[in-house]
Design a protein around this ligand. Structure first.
Ligand code: ACO
Length: 332
């Protein structure tokens, strides 16, 4: 991935939106479900509460709300969109893509639609993908959505994972901008570590069956200690890479908006990449890890009511199952 085009033809964000379910699940609620404590969860993860979708709610339900919000903020309608990319690991169904389902519901009839599967790096991967398509000139306006109902794939009897995740959606509209925009990007993958974080069941390897359900193969599995170490290393390196690619120094960046997985991962990334914590935007305490939605929800909150101002340089950095990692450096 190279440096982005000159400012006259950069791709940027012209509207952002988010949506989270209204139901709040606090650490105290979790104390009644598994052997855990608010104190353990807060000190190990920084999470106080997360949002959980009601049964019957789909990922596309959350995504459509976030998308309408982003379109409204961009002053555009669904008719204006010609590229619709959805990042999710919890699609409504294996096929068709959640992007196609959203297209129909929004009425974005001219959009080409597909999903991106990059777990918690999903919104960064989808934004970089959209940027490449838009920069090539074939498409003019992209709607990028990161949306998850991971609560459907969480083993609510496994205290080591169920305390970490939450549901939600973030969305952005991307097009050519006359000022600011994306200055540099980075993406990476390492499939050799796939089994550190995965859901074995539901695909062709372990199709749904009584046996696969009995073996609890349809729930997320994670080696938390190894994921922690790799997340810190890869996110720190990726953040440094985009800064170097934009021919900037870390001190030239105003805000870092990391994937909101765990406060201790975020602190360790900041330390390793030499980023002062005062420049790091954090909302993990209210939403937990919303996977592909995380960076876009955080960007929404940081720019709409938060500290990011017009002209600020912002680094989004993500890491997730795959393994996958990536960054976007943009001028707001
Ligand atoms: N409540 C109470 N005790 C718990 C809980 C819980 N919810 N979960 C685990 N424990 C126990 C363990 O059983 C263990 O007990 P033991 O020593 O008797 O065996 C003890 O706490 C310590 O467990 P550790 O795994 O050493 O705890 P650690 O300090 O590593 O924290 C955690 C665990 C929070 C999962 C950490 O490893 C982590 O954050 N990993 C990254 C995971 C992550 O964020 N994944 C998200 C997807 S990838 C991404 O988004 C970056």
């Amino acid at each position: 991935m190279t440096r982005a085009a000159s400012s006259a033809s950069r791709i940027g964000i012209v509207g952002l939106g988010m949506h989270v379910p209204s139901k709040v699940l606090t650490n105290f609620d979790l104390e009644k479900m598994v052997e855990t404590s608010d104190e353990w969860i807060r000190t190990r993860t920084g999470i106080r509460e997360r949002r959980i979708a009601e049964p019957g709610t789909t990922t596309s339900d959350l995504a459509c709300e976030a998308a309408r919000h982003a379109l409204k903020n961009a002053g555009l309608s669904a008719n204006d969109i010609d590229l619709l990319i959805v990042a999710t690991t919890s699609p409504d169904m294996l096929f068709p893509s959640t992007a196609c389902l959203i297209q129909s519901r929004l009425g974005a009839k001219d959009a080409v639609c597909f999903d991106v599967s990059a777990a918690c790096s999903g919104s960064v991967f989808a934004m970089v993908t959209a940027q490449q398509y838009l920069e090539a000139g074939r498409y003019k306006r992209a709607l990028v959505i990161g949306a998850e109902i991971l609560s459907s794939f969480i083993d609510w009897t496994d205290r080591s994972t169920c305390v970490l995740f939450g549901d939600g959606a973030g969305a952005c509209v991307m097009t050519k901008v006359s000022r600011g925009g994306i200055l540099a990007t980075d993406m990476g993958s390492d499939g050799s570590a796939a089994e550190l974080l995965y859901m074995p069941g539901g695909g062709s390897k372990y199709p749904p069956s009584h046996a696969s359900v009995d073996q609890r193969l349809h729930f997320l599995r994670m080696n938390g200690t190894e994921i922690f170490k790799l997340a810190v290393r890869r996110m720190a390196e990726s953040a440094q890479t985009v800064v170097t690619r934009a021919r900037l120094k870390p001190e030239d960046v105003d805000w870092f908006i990391p994937h909101q997985a765990n406060i201790r991962i975020i602190q360790a990334v900041a330390k390793r990449a030499d980023i002062p914590m005062e420049k790091v935007f954090i909302n993990v305490e209210r939403y937990g890890n919303t996977s592909a939605a995380s960076n876009l929800i955080a960007l929404y909150e940081a720019t709409q009511n938060g500290p990011v101002k017009r002209g600020d340089r912002v680094v989004l950095v993500a890491f997730g199952a795959g393994l996958t990692w990536g960054s976007v450096l943009l001028q707001w």
